[in-house]
Design a protein around this ligand. Structure first.
Ligand SMILES: [Fe+2]
Ligand SMILES: [Fe+2]
Length: 193
């Protein structure tokens, strides 16, 4: 029997349930690094690596600011372009996945339909984080550019929003890879079938 839906919510789960991992069992992670990996799967992993690296870069800025290692104006100059970039890329990436790849994957691999539906629901949860980051990022940017005394407080709110988003996005990227990469490796590019 499958777990109740809330146990599988992005904020609650620690990984995918066993019934969604049969593709990874057939094509385990150690094989993903091979040169023969399908180019679409390789591109997917590269996109996710980019998100992880952008997130780590922003987290590092926050750590440095909290320890007094960087001035707020310097942080602002590095943070805002990084934030804009990751939010735009994430939004576009999710649109392609939810709008094109996920339905095609459910069609060519019906056994994983519920797993892909879970990944699709994750996007809604992440979208709420994206909206919070847009709002808090904009407020921080306005406070710094107008020289407002509230810049510290605005940055604190943005940093908290980043802290909340980070583990959920990391969970989603890992879980999505566990379904998508072996599926593409074993069945081919879903959009070409
Ligand atoms: Fe995704
Ligand atoms: Fe993705």
């Amino acid at each position: 029997m499958s777990e109740p839906a809330d146990a599988l919510a992005l904020a609650a789960r620690a990984g995918l349930p066993p019934e969604f991992l049969y593709l990874r069992e057939a094509f385990p992670r150690p094989r993903w690094a091979g040169a023969g990996l399908d180019p679409v799967a390789r591109h997917w992993l590269a996109m996710h690596a980019g998100f992880r690296s952008q997130q780590a870069g922003m987290a590092d800025l926050v750590v440095r600011w909290r320890s007094g290692g960087i001035e707020i104006r310097d942080l602002h100059g590095a943070m805002i372009p990084a934030l804009q970039q990751i939010l735009q890329h994430l939004d576009a990436h999710h649109r392609i996945e939810s709008g094109h790849y996920f339905p095609a994957m459910q069609r060519i691999e019906p056994r994983i339909e519920a797993g892909v539906a879970l990944l699709d629901r994750d996007h809604d949860a992440i979208h709420a984080h994206i909206e919070a980051l847009v709002t808090t990022g904009r407020a921080f940017h306005q406070a710094v550019t107008t020289g407002g005394a509230e810049a510290d407080d605005r940055l604190r709110r943005l940093a908290d929003a980043l802290d909340r988003a980070r583990p959920e996005l990391a969970r989603h990227l890992d879980d999505e890879e566990d379904i998508v990469i072996p599926l593409i490796a074993l069945r081919g590019d879903p959009l070409a079938i």
